[in-house]
Design a protein around this ligand. Sequence first.
Ligand code: SAM
Length: 225
Amino acid sequence: MRFDILTIFPGMFDSYCNESMVKRAKAKGIIEIAIHDIRKFSAERHGKVDAIPYGGGPGMVMTPQPLYDAIMHAKTLNKGPVIYMSPRGKLLTHKKAQKLAKGGVSRKGKNKQAPGLILVCGRYEGIDQRVIDLCIDEELSIGKYVLTGGELAALVVLDAVSRFVPEFIGKHESTVEESYSEALGGKKEYPHYTRPPVFMDLEVPEVLQSGHHAKIKEWRKKKLT
Ligand code: SAM
């Protein structure tokens, strides 16, 4: 699956995209990530990408031209939907991440087969509405709070969606039985314990140490919330 991420802070992705599971998945060709610097698409001097808002008010707004051109460029590389990370968007959920990994969405039923996503990161007060009207298939929020920029939100989407890309998760992990999954009836997962059996006077529940699979299954089911 391919991710094209549009940002004015490309360096912010260096660390996360080059560590752990994401690094491994990239090396194996399971996912592909391209970071695009929106400033490079600016027709203005010094790569300017913002201006004061019409109607007044505090803060700046990202101008349409650099964003539009950056999105058009990304669309030549990625047939997936264009998603604007926004606190006004639909909330990202387990189901939504699963759907996006299958190339699902989007407005007007386009791009149903596309195993890719184009993620647009806003800054300042956000982006010019005309870019949303012209090229955004969907607005997606990672929570009911406001971040300084869309970069962290895009990384959250990248991570949550990648987990559902076949082979992203290693053999000893699974996305099947996890919090919010269908297998757990959409509930939150049971607690986990590992060695040692006693830590700071707290003992691992006896049933988990018993090796009695049916009873363990029952205990775990009861612990779902
Ligand atoms: N003025 C906007 C508002 O009140 O809705 C907030 C803009 S925010 C400071 C700058 C950028 O951060 C947004 O354009 C968006 O890309 C990103 N962002 C902030 N909060 C977010 C959230 N909860 N989910 C996804 N993206 C978010």
